[in-house]
Write a protein that binds this ligand. Structure first.
Ligand code: COA
Length: 279
């Protein structure tokens, strides 16, 4: 019997759900909920560890979406855009949009209704070519902000910048084919703040998109991007028992809700919640 995601998650136009999953725990019958294409892809991994992570990530994605849609996880059908972004291939459910990211033993699933969404999580590591990478992918103001930091702080700042940028290009659906240097994000270490600073080719980008850093456990960095609107970001654990330290170590509690301001000029984003909410 497949473990169901605790819920229900209420899908509403004003909510953006991000669910944190562990990939190093046993997901019962995980392989059974995958479709043929997913199983074939899983079989192609050379290393068992990568296969396990892939199976666990995609099984949990199905379980979470199935929970939201009140459907058996194995019944969900996906299709992909020309750039490879998966979406629900079911007419009536196309307004439910999602995105998956995985790194190391962690994955994030972002779910929205009626707006494009992208999420990215990375596991921090030492980068010997950090300066070269920044020059290749970052906007001039981002490179300058990175350089201005003490060397010891640059790796963390690099990953903050990277995840914010990648969440945006994943929301667009273009992935890394979108020129990352064309738009600018903040390197601010504080999560929850608006991170999108501007876009060379679109002066109104801030009216259309939001990028928000998500607090995750030490060693990981994450961000989510979505089309604007008055949405609230809600963080969840796919398994509240074994995941209790994932967000909790960063937040000091199991689950919190942030009210993002209706207009992006307001700086007073407010915390609510703090308990074990289930809505
Ligand atoms: C999307 C992309 C940025 C992912 O980067 P990553 O850091 O390695 O991976 P993440 O874990 O954050 O995300 C991977 C997940 O994002 C989703 N994804 C794949 N392509 C995507 C896209 N274009 N946009 C948004 N999400 C995408 C998938 O669910 C994928 O999971 P899977 O690989 O297990 O199936 C990168 O693969 C990319 O740029 N892809 C586009 C390639 C392209 O343009 N192809 C066109 C010819 S097919």
């Amino acid at each position: 019997m497949v473990q169901r995601f605790p819920g229900p998650l209420l899908l509403a136009a004003d909510s953006l759900h991000v669910v944190a999953c562990r990939l190093d725990i046993a997901v019962p019958d995980a392989i059974k909920v995958l479709d043929v294409a997913e199983r074939e892809r899983a079989a192609r991994f050379v290393f068992e560890r990568d296969r396990r992570r892939y199976i666990n990530a995609h099984a949990q994605l199905r379980i979470i979406l199935g929970r939201c849609l009140e459907r058996p996880p194995e019944s969900l059908r996906f299709a992909s855009t020309s750039h490879g972004k998966p979406y629900l291939a079911e007419g009536a459910r196309k307004e439910v949009q999602f995105n998956l990211s995985h790194a190391g033993e962690r994955a994030l699933v972002a779910i929205t209704v009626g707006r494009k969404v992208g999420v990215d999580i990375e596991q921090e590591c030492q980068l010997h070519d950090l300066a070269d990478m920044a020059h290749r992918f970052f906007a001039p103001a981002e490179i300058a902000a990175l350089r201005a930091l003490p060397v010891a702080e640059q790796t963390a700042a690099f990953f903050r910048c990277w995840t914010r940028k990648e969440s945006f290009v994943k929301a667009l659906g273009d992935g890394l084919s979108y020129p990352l240097a064309h738009f600018e994000v903040s390197l601010d270490p504080e999560p929850w703040r608006e991170a999108l600073r501007g876009c060379a080719s679109d002066p109104d980008v801030s009216e259309k998109w939001r990028i928000v850093a998500i607090p995750v456990e030490p060693g990981y960095v994450a961000a989510v991007a979505a089309q604007t609107g008055d949405w609230r970001l809600k963080l969840w654990h796919a398994d509240l028992v074994s995941l209790s330290r994932f967000f909790a170590s960063a937040l000091g509690c199991d689950d919190r809700t942030l009210i993002l301001p209706a207009t992006r000029n307001e700086e007073d984003a407010r915390w609510t919640g703090g308990g074990r909410r289930r809505d």
